[in-house]
Each structure stands twice: as C-alpha cells, then as structure tokens.
Ligand binder design. Structure first.
Ligand SMILES: [Mg+2]
Length: 254
C-alpha cells in the first residue's frame, strides 16, 4: 500500500463517536442575545446598504427575524434590480461596510445588546457536560456574530466551527455547512440527528428539519408567538433558557 493510499483512508474514515454525543448549534438573535431596543438592527444596516448599493430598498419595512443577512439584503433589494449574484459578487465590500457600521453602532459606550436570562449558565453547563459541544449557527455575517459574542462575554463557549449568514441566502443550507466543518474538526463521523439546532424562529426549526437535526425552540424572540412556534413542530419548546436544569433535562431527551 502506498503512502498516498494510507493518507486517503485515514482522512476519510473518521472515528464513530459515542452515539450520545450531541452538537449544539446556537442561533444568536432572540436566543442568546437581543438588542436592547427593538429594530436597532436597521440603524446600522440601512446606512450600510445605502453605502454599498446606493439604496436600502424595502429594508425599513421588513420583518427580518430568522433570516440570514444575505437573505435580508436580497429581499430588501430584489425590486431594485439586484439579484443574489449581484449581492454575492459584492459580499466582501458588504462585509467591510457592515462591520464599519456595526463598530460605530456598538462603540459609543452604550449597551446595545443584552445576553438573555440564563444563557451564560446554560452555556457553562453544556460546556462542562461531556455529552455536548457548542457551535454558532446564525443568520449574522461571521464577523458580526463574533463581535456580538465578544460584547456579551460568550465567545469562549463556542469551541467548534459554525455557519453564518454571509454563506447563504437560505438558512436551510447552514446546518450542513456547520456539520461538515465540525466533522472535519473533530475527525468524527457524526449523524445529522446528533446535532441540535437551538433558535427562536420558524426558520431555525425548518433548517434543523431540512438537515435531519433535532430542534429546541425558545420563545424569547420578539416576533413570533408561542402558537407560531408550536405550529412549526419543534422537537422541544421552552419559554426561555432561564432555568438551566430544565434546559439540561430537555436536551437530555433529544
Ligand atoms: Mg434568532
């Protein structure tokens, strides 16, 4: 057997992990954190779109919860003659302008995001438990996601690579992207049902189902009622993450 063959076999045959291992894929907005003022997202994204594309289109009127940032830009500008391809072509410029606007928005000393009740305790509890590892799966562009985690003091909990809102205009693509990176990172052959998406909107539940992952919905988002969320049939639903023992009991069943 040549060295080449050995290398191919060893890199393609990941170890099968204990079937109890679960990878938690965390949404950010409405799940881990939220803005201290409803609608403040548009304070920095409307000027950013005007800078990059000359218009913010219909963004001021849109309900953006659960959408990826690329999807938000696509929806906002679709009647202005911009296609997904136009937007993808300018994603680097978009990312730079977005972060410049966001740093300005977050840099004036005012608290603009808050960590939701119980989140830190839950992240610590799963971090300390051998059954779980955590990654981000969010509609935020990647640098915005990490800036929010830094501002909230949560960055250290996400030890695995995730998937982000500058990677697709369809959130349903994100779990497979995160899973592929996590399998490679851990060198483990993880089944879709070993992933649990935790989020606050129908799109979080839908992207979990599309991939074959489990979903834990939380009712801490601003835009959906408990009935709206229940209608999407998540595998589990909690009002919030404030009771970390209840969260751990719920996760243990998934
Ligand atoms: Mg959310």
């Amino acid at each position: 057997m040549s060295d080449n063959t050995i290398a191919t076999i060893s890199s393609s045959s990941f170890i099968r992990p204990p079937s109890s291992l679960r990878i938690l894929l965390w949404d950010i907005d409405g799940t881990l954190m939220r803005s201290t003022r409803a609608g403040s997202f548009k304070d920095y994204t409307v000027p950013m779109l005007k800078e990059v594309f000359g218009t913010a289109g219909r963004l001021p009127q849109m309900k953006v919860s659960g959408m990826t940032d690329l999807q938000i830009v696509g929806e906002a500008l679709k009647h202005e003659g911009f296609t997904h391809e136009h937007i993808r072509d300018r994603v680097h410029e978009l990312r730079e302008s977005y972060m410049k606007a966001m740093r300005k928005f977050t840099g004036n000393g005012e608290q603009v995001f808050e960590v939701l009740p119980g989140v830190r305790e839950v992240l610590q509890a799963v971090h300390d438990h051998p059954r779980y590892q955590s990654a981000l799966l969010t509609g935020n562009i990647e640098p915005a996601a990490y800036l929010k985690m830094e501002l909230g003091g949560l960055a250290g909990f996400f030890t695995l690579p995730g998937a982000f809102g500058d990677e697709s205009h369809d959130r349903r693509d994100l779990p497979a992207l995160a899973a592929e990176r996590i399998r490679k990172h851990l060198q483990l052959d993880l089944a879709p049902e070993q992933f649990i998406v935790i989020g606050d909107t129908p799109n979080d539940i839908e992207c979990a189902r599309h991939f074959g992952a489990r979903s834990l919905a939380v009712n801490t988002g601003r835009f959906y009622s408990e009935d709206d969320i229940r209608a999407c049939k998540p595998d589990a639903l909690l009002p919030d993450l404030s009771n970390h023992e209840l969260v751990m009991q719920t996760l243990a069943k998934l």
